[in-house]
Design a protein around this ligand. Structure first.
Ligand code: ZN
Length: 444
C-alpha cells in the first residue's frame, strides 16, 4: 500500500523548514513514511508530480459553513449592522440546508488545498435538529477532516445582547447537547477525522455564565474551546459598557486565556494583550479577508508571531468572505501584514506556515500540518506550469504571490480528495445545483 509522489518541490514545514527540490514523498497507507530527494525509494505505485510544489494540506481554523447560503448581503455594513441584518435570515437554517451549505463550503476549501476544516456553528433555531451531524456527513463524503463545534448564543437583545431573543438558547440545553455530540462524534488521538470543539459565539451574544460553564464542560470532556474576540472597535466599547473592561480582560476573568483556547480575529489587541496570549498559550485564528470586508481592521500578526502566539488562518463564514479559498487567505495574510508593518513583515514561507503548521498548532494537532515521517499523509500539490507561474524564479514564493490557485491534487490521510483539479468523491456541478435550490429559500 505504498505510493511514491516523486519529482516535486517538497515544502515540509518541519522544524528546520526543509525543502526538497526534485524531491519525493513516500506514503504508506494513511501516513507519511519518508520525505527526501535523490535516490527514490521503492513503492507499489509511483506518481510523477512534474515539478509541482507540494505543501502540507492547509488547515482552516475559523469558518461558518452555513453562511454559503447568504452571500453578498449587507454589503457596506460593519459587523454589528451586518449581524443584525443576517440573524433573521440565518434563523431559517435546517439540517437539509446545512448539508447543502457544508458540501459547498467544504468543496471550495478542498479545491483550495485545505485538508482540515474547523467550523463554528452557533445558530440553532428551536426545534431544528441534526445540524452538526449534517456537516460532519458532508465532510466524510468529500473526504476532508472536520473539527465541528457546538456553538451557542444565550444573550438575547432583551438582556443586552445582539441576537434576537428567538435565536438564543437555554444554558442547560446547550451544555447537554454539547455533551451528546461529543460522545457521538469526537475522535481522540492521531489521525482523527472528526472532532468536536466547544464554541460559545462572542462576548456580545453569550452570558459570562455560559462561557464559564462551557469551559468547565470542555475541560471535563477533553475538548478545545473557541470563540470570537476583539474583532471590532465597537466590540471594545460594548465590553467596556457591559463588563467594565476590554475583551481580553473579560476573557481572562472567565478563565478563557489558556492553552486549550483559540479565538477568531483578535484584530484589536494591545501589546499587553499579545503578551498575555503568548504567556497563556492562547491561540488566534487570523481571518484577513473577512476583517477587510467588514472594515474591522488588520490584526497585528507580525507582533503576535514575534511574541510566540499560536496563529493559524481562517476564511471565516462566506457571508463576510464570499470566497472560501484558504490559499487566498495565505496570500492575503502576507499582503495585510505588509500593508500594516512594511514589505518585510511576512515572508511567503511564513504565510504558508500560518496556513498549515500554524493552523495545526491552533487546533492542537501534532499529527498534521507538516510533511514528516509518522505524520498523516495530508498534502496539497500545486502545479507550476500555468500562466501565473511563468518566469517565477522561486516556485514556492511564486505560488503565494501568484495565488489563489485551484489545487491540482489534495490527499487526506493517504486518500485522494482532489485529482486533476476536480473533487474525487463528489460532483461539483451537482453540489452547486443542490446548493442553489436550498439558497433560494433564504432569499424569499
Ligand atoms: Zn466568525
Amino acid at each position: 500500500m505504498t505510493t511514491l509522489y516523486a519529482n516535486g518541490v517538497i515544502v515540509t514545514m518541519d522544524d528546520v523548514d526543509a525543502e526538497h527540490e526534485s524531491g519525493w514523498l513516500l506514503v504508506d497507507g494513511e501516513t507519511i513514511s519518508s520525505v527526501g530527494s535523490g535516490a527514490e525509494p521503492l513503492a507499489a505505485t509511483r506518481v510523477d508530480l512534474r515539478g509541482a510544489v507540494v505543501t502540507p494540506g492547509l488547515v482552516n481554523t475559523h469558518h461558518h459553513l452555513y453562511q454559503t447560503l447568504t452571500r453578498a448581503r449587507a454589503q457596506e455594513a460593519d459587523l454589528f449592522t451586518w449581524l443584525r441584518e443576517l440573524y433573521p435570515v440565518w434563523s431559517r437554517i435546517d439540517a437539509e440546508a446545512e448539508y447543502a451549505a457544508a458540501r459547498t463550503g467544504l468543496a471550495e476549501l478542498a479545491l483550495s488545498g485545505c485538508s482540515t476544516v474547523f467550523d463554528h456553528h452557533y445558530v440553532f433555531p428551536h426545534g431544528r435538529e441534526g445540524l452538526i451531524e449534517a456537516e460532519v456527513q458532508a465532510a466524510r463524503e468529500i473526504g476532508v477532516r472536520i473539527v465541528a463545534s457546538r456553538g451557542s448564543m444565550d444573550l438575547g437583545v432583551s438582556d443586552g445582547g445582539l441576537p434576537p431573543d428567538e435565536l438564543v438558547e437555554e444554558l442547560d440545553a446547550v451544555l447537554a447537547e454539547t455533551e451528546r455530540l461529543s460522545a457521538l462524534l469526537h475522535e481522540h488521538g492521531p489521525g482523527a477525522r472528526v472532532q468536536l470543539a466547544v464554541a460559545p459565539c462572542s462576548p456580545f451574544s453569550v452570558t459570562g455564565r455560559l462561557m464559564e460553564e462551557s469551559a468547565a464542560l470542555a475541560r471535563r470532556l477533553g475538548l478545545l474551546l473557541h470563540t470570537h474576540l476583539a474583532e471590532t472597535v465597537a466590540e471594545d466599547a460594548y465590553c467596556l459598557e457591559l463588563y467594565g473592561c476590554r475583551p481580553v480582560e473579560y476573557l481572562d476573568r472567565l478563565g478563557w486565556l489558556a492553552d486549550d483556547v483559540w479565538c477568531a480575529h483578535c484584530v484589536h489587541l494591545s501589546e499587553r494583550d499579545i503578551a498575555q496570549f503568548a504567556s497563556t498559550g492562547t491561540g488566534v485564528a487570523h481571518c484577513p479577508t473577512s476583517n477587510l470586508r467588514l472594515g474591522a481592521g488588520v490584526a497585528p500578526v507580525r507582533a503576535m508571531l514575534d511574541a510566540g502566539v499560536r496563529v493559524g488562518l481562517g476564511v471565516d463564514g462566506s457571508a463576510s468572505n464570499e470566497r472560501g479559498d484558504l490559499f487566498l487567505e495565505v496570500k492575503q495574510a502576507l499582503l495585510v501584514a505588509r500593508g500594516r508593518d512594511g514589505g518585510a513583515a511576512l515572508t511567503a514561507r511564513e504565510a504558508i506556515r500560518l496556513g498549515s503548521r500554524g493552523g495545526a498548532a491552533v487546533l492542537r494537532r501534532a499529527d498534521i500540518g507538516s510533511l514528516e515521517p509518522g505524520k498523516c499523509a495530508d498534502f496539497a500539490v500545486w502545479r507550476t506550469d500555468g500562466l501565473e507561474l511563468g518566469g517565477a524564479s522561486d516556485p514556492v514564493a511564486g505560488i503565494v504571490f501568484g495565488g489563489p490557485h485551484r489545487v491540482d491534487r489534495l490527499v487526506v490521510g493517504g486518500e485522494t480528495v482532489v485529482r486533476d483539479g476536480h473533487l474525487a468523491n463528489a460532483d461539483e456541478t451537482e453540489i452547486a445545483k443542490a446548493h442553489r435550490l436550498q439558497a433560494r429559500t433564504f432569499s424569499i
